[in-house]
Design a protein around this ligand. Sequence first.
Ligand SMILES: *Cc1c(COP(=O)(O)O)cnc(C)c1O
Length: 452
Amino acid sequence: MTQVDTDAARDAIPQRRVLVTEIPGPRSKELASRRARAVAAGVSSTIHVYVDGASGAIVRDVDGNCMIDLGSGIAVTGVGHAVPAVVQAVSEQVARFTHTCFMVAPYEGYVAVCEELADLCPGDHEKRSALFNSGAEAVENAVKIARHATGRQAVAVFDHAYHGRTNLTMALTAKSFPYKDRFGPFAPEVYRAPVSYPLRDPEGMTGEQAATRAIEQLSVQVGAGNLACVLIEPIQGEGGFIVPAPGFLPALAAWCAEKGIVFIADEIQSGFARTGAWFASEHEGVVPDLVTTAKGIAGGMPLAAVTGRAEVMDSVHPGGLGGTYGGNPVACASALATIRTMRELDLPAAARRIEANARPRLESMAKRHAAVADVRGRGAMLAIELADPDGLRPDADAAQAVARACHANGVIVLTCGTWGNVIRLLPPLVIGDDLLEEGLDVLERALDEVLP
Ligand SMILES: *Cc1c(COP(=O)(O)O)cnc(C)c1O
């Protein structure tokens, strides 16, 4: 065993939920009051405990409470917290060198991550990648590349979309509050089309019909010949884990191919084994021209990428893409170890197993509570939508109350949705069956407490 292995083994936190104080405990409360005097109010947190350590699917707070993590820091630690192979790769890379800037003096890790992305992203065409720091930065660059490659300016996005918080990506994101409210003006040439949202679309609307609805609107209001790209999350994340009806994504992609529009899949939340495939586009055999990735790619280190068709990517002149930290060597080492671990443990299969265990539980909760209007998602990206059973009026208060009850009982769950009425589950893919079961028990009791 190396030194790092020994440390990792010693520090590993048992995979058990243990509450030793109320949530939040006294030390977390102390930190909260320091925070209020030092941290900008605009940055908020879902749970009010302060983290001391994390391992696998358990997060331990500064009071010693061990919580079951069903959020993975928003789909980032899919590979698990503090996985020894990742800890070791990062530690070794930190000791070798932390930064040269790939644009100044390149290194192998960056190239190796791009090779992995070419291998993993859908399609067997020739691919190229460029690396960045955050999801928003990847999306910005994907749009830059599509504009450059096509010589067109317009960008099509969808209702309920989330693509980030920078100026361009705020424009691409659908929801005003809290993301865009009073932060304008926003970037121009962004057009929004209706998505396929089976729960709320007219009864019986097929994916193809929903695609035709979007395509007709874009054709009339923008004109296909003006569109540089169509940008879509194959399963919408922040917007509510909305899975489009079958046929929607393939029809959109086919229209893009016919009209010379770059089809960009934003797989930042849905990618890297999360949905039971390496990428959610694969469930319908869709091969995007460009794919944006981030979140799950590097086990918690900041890394993002744009990967796509060589002729589109390489249309940009040398020097046209980059950034000081993009593809940082420590983040690349972490990504390589994360991807290796995901392959070794077959985490796409683990995500399918999580769905097989969790979906029947969620469906039985929906049977018992009429306010659970929908159970949806794929793999380990699952959600329930809470709404008034008659008019489907979204019930954000219930979702918030359920989430708070879970937190108080040591389970981290997140909400999402345009109306804040969706409870989403994004467990680390390495979570044990028993721990997942226990997390779902807590969710079930929270629903029983809050809902009629
Ligand atoms: C989180 C997210 C982003 C933005 O990523 P950041 O790293 O927070 O900038 C973009 N698109 C999708 C689909 C996301 O889930």
